[in-house]
Design a protein around this ligand. Structure first.
Ligand SMILES: [Zn+2]
Length: 228
């Protein structure tokens, strides 16, 4: 049993970048990895199984799968799940990240505001529509700014709970930038709240994850939280 699991882990490790390994290890170590199992299926096998399952769901709802508007729906959903909205479950899709030496000795806060993203609520599998603000205090490493957007997007492309998403972005940047001084804030609308259940169209949920000085220094935290 153990060797089969080890073997699968080895197979799925092939071709992962050094950064993807680093990030995955940091998330596992901190207990913040998305609860997932390696079922050994390739992307193509996942696509086929999801397509088949959705034929069943669409048919069970009493919709006519021979209608030309609906015929391709199971295919579209399966493709969307595997290649788009859940592509962040596969570390081989982790963005290419360039972290460079901080030769300019930048030591003031770097903040990227209003990073828009969408994710999917893992309790209802409907959309989370959000905005993230990410900041860090550079130490020895700095990161290309658009890479921060890509990291937010990667973790958005998983079934999520907002609290975990916020923490995953924090831990990822801490691991890549080799500093605890990172802060993440997310404001998001959950369509499971808006489109069903209480049907609240105007509320949003805010979460913050603070590391290092953002947690321990009132001044640094204040600077991050004040001008979002
Ligand atoms: Zn939900």
């Amino acid at each position: 049993m153990k060797s089969v699991v080890a073997e699968q882990a080895k197979v799925s490790d092939l071709g992962l970048s050094e950064e993807a390994h680093k990030v995955r290890d940091a998330l596992i170590k901190s207990g913040l990895e998305t609860p997932m199992i390696d079922n050994g299926l390739t992307s193509e096998e996942k696509y086929q199984r999801i397509k088949y399952a959705f034929e069943d769901i669409v048919g069970t709802l009493g919709l006519d799968l021979t209608d030309d508007s609906l015929a391709e729906t199971p295919h579209r959903i399966a493709k969307m799940y595997v290649r788009e909205i859940f592509s962040g479950l596969d570390y081989s899709n982790f963005p290419k990240i360039t972290v460079i030496e901080n030769k300019m000795k930048v030591d003031e806060m770097v903040k990227v505001r209003n990073i828009s993203f969408t994710s999917t609520c893992e309790h209802h599998f409907v959309t989370i529509d959000g905005m993230a603000t990410v900041a860090y205090l550079p130490k020895n490493k700095i990161i290309g700014l658009s890479k921060i957007n890509r990291i937010v997007r990667f973790f958005g492309q998983r079934p999520q709970v907002q609290e975990r998403l916020t923490q995953q972005i924090l831990v990822t940047l801490q691991a890549l930038l080799e500093t605890d001084n990172v802060a993440v804030s997310i404001d998001a609308v959950h369509y499971c709240v808006k489109a069903r259940g209480v049907m609240d169209a105007s509320s949003s949920t805010q979460t913050t994850a603070l590391g290092g000085l953002f947690k321990s220094s009132d001044k640094t935290r204040g600077e991050f939280l004040s001008s979002q």
